[in-house]
Design a protein around this ligand. Structure first.
Ligand code: ADP
Ligand code: MG
Length: 230
């Protein structure tokens, strides 16, 4: 039996952008149901709405209509402050461009999402060190982002996304700037972490190489998600 507290449920999700007098429908009724432990790759051409969908699932943007229930809760009924808290505790987001702070060390970057938490700094740092060791960056903790490779920067971004133990892990073209070898190793790392931490993992990508590593695939086409076998 599936328990809705362990699920992500999306029903009839639509998103329309309005620019001046034009209205631009991007998502036209997306349905999706995932449980903890699931790992889904979403593919689709550029401009098909992949980032738009992921931003809504990450509560970084609002849907136009439809229902989104995450772990038994509709995050869009919360006020802005509650949404920020919800995101911080439940969602890890990995961007194509790592979005690390150049003036902070690797370790400090991983700690950024913990800065608003009511917890001992030592506990957070312990978790950050553990995560950085987990992804093989134990020797890079005090480097700046500019002093490590692109693949290493993306591993730091993965650690930062995981620092608050999110149940939902979202990755938007996480290997878009990486070569083939790094694409495969970041993909494998995300899938291993998905299993170790029992997250729901959704990865948006136009890389068929990366998508092929995933057990589930959907394609965004004409504003709808369609199941695809690879
Ligand atoms: P993808 O990630 O699949 O390349 P996006 O979700 O980024 O696609 O964009 C889908 C479409 O929505 C594009 O045509 C884009 O121009 C448009 N779009 C995205 N964000 C906005 C916005 N904030 N305002 C207006 N149009 C937007
Ligand atoms: Mg995109």
């Amino acid at each position: 039996m599936n328990n809705s507290n362990d699920q992500l449920i999306v029903r009839e999700l639509t998103k329309t952008f309005s620019i001046a007098t034009e209205s631009l429908p991007i998502l036209a009724g997306v349905d999706l149901e995932l449980s903890r432990g699931d790992a889904l790759a979403i593919t689709g051409p550029s401009g098909s709405g992949k980032s738009t969908l992921l931003y809504i699932l990450g509560v970084l943007d609002q849907p136009t209509s439809g229902e989104v229930i995450q772990f038994g809760q509709n995050p869009f009924v919360l006020n802005a402050k509650e949404q920020a808290e919800y995101r911080n505790h439940n969602v890890g987001f990995i961007f194509q461009d790592h979005h690390l702070m150049p003036q902070f060390s690797v370790l400090e970057n991983v700690l950024i999402p913990t800065m608003v938490n009511q917890e001992a700094a030592n506990d957070a740092e312990e978790r950050a060190r553990h995560l950085l060791e987990r992804v093989g960056l134990q020797d890079r903790m005090h480097h700046r982002p500019a002093q490590i490779s692109g693949g290493e920067r993306q591993r730091v971004a993965v650690c930062r996304a995981l620092i608050n133990n999110p149940r939902l892990l979202l990755a938007d073209e996480p290997t878009g700037n990486l070569d083939r070898t790094n694409t495969e190793s970041i993909g494998k790392l995300l899938l291993e972490i998905n299993q170790e931490q029992n997250t729901i993992l959704i990865c948006v990508t136009h890389s068929s190489e990366l998508a092929a590593l995933f057990p589930q695939h959907q394609r965004l086409r004409d504003g709808l998600l369609v199941t695809e076998s690879v």
